[in-house]
Design a protein around this ligand. Sequence first.
Ligand SMILES: [Zn+2]
Length: 321
Amino acid sequence: MRQFFPPAALRRTLLAAVCGLTLLQAHAAAPLSTIVTPGYARVMVGDFEVTPLSDGTADLPMVDLLQNDKAATQAALAKAHLGTPTTTSTNAFLVNTGKRLVLVDTGSGALFGPTLGKLVSNLKASGYQPEQVDDILITHFHPDHVGGLAANGQIVFPNAVVHADQRDADYWLDAANKAKAPKDFAGFFDGAEVSLRAYIKAGKFQPFDHNGEVVPGISSYSSYGHTAGHTSYVVESKGKKLVILGDLIHVGAVQFDKPSVTIAFDSDGKQAYAARTAVFGKIAKEDDLVAAAHLQFPGIGYIRANGKSWTWTPANYTVRP
Ligand SMILES: [Zn+2]
């Protein structure tokens, strides 16, 4: 009887498969990689390159912070597969206009614990250095937006001029207001002071007191309420627009459906709700691209009207610049 031998090529394949199997069995299971997910993305707005930068995430007790029926908040979070406390992104946005490198907000620096303060490392990972930043636009003086300006009282962005609404500077840098404010807010005043002081001393703080172009292609848009001088920014190039909201929304899973829900951090909840309605209305009408500080990173997408509610459509992802 003729014995069957598989052809040489097949024999080699079978041998490789058996060896591979043996090798596979000899390997230990791969340990989980604990490397933190890189935190930058890229989006073009006309000729401007926009780089959303993650400062990290914080677990926040949103059920208590949101001014809403707690069971309703819990149910809305659960529906979105979010836990309590709720892991919340902090995002900043770097805009390269081709002439100037502009950073909108700076993250938390060391003011908010070890899960935040990643902005500078993500800025570097995205291909830029802190000394290349020409201008910093601040939406408001809360520590998760100004904390990254300074480290141990020293300027982190040595060639940058900081811009913000005069009203926020007047409020948060005034010791008399700190004395009058609820004790819980004392840290906010201290955070603003320690973050801004070095820039003010060096003559690198240029506040504004009306809406207008702050740097070529980027204008301020007052959205007071979350703080006295809370400001959104409109980035415009070649007829394309991006509206950087700041803190007009914190928890998409709750506040898009029910925009009347405010948050304990609002200086004036009623005014913050009115600002949310006004700005979202304008954005939805003009179908502008939106960037949000606390929606899931990268926080870039579109807001549409849905009766008295809003819907959020994340922008599509691309590897192209
Ligand atoms: Zn914030």
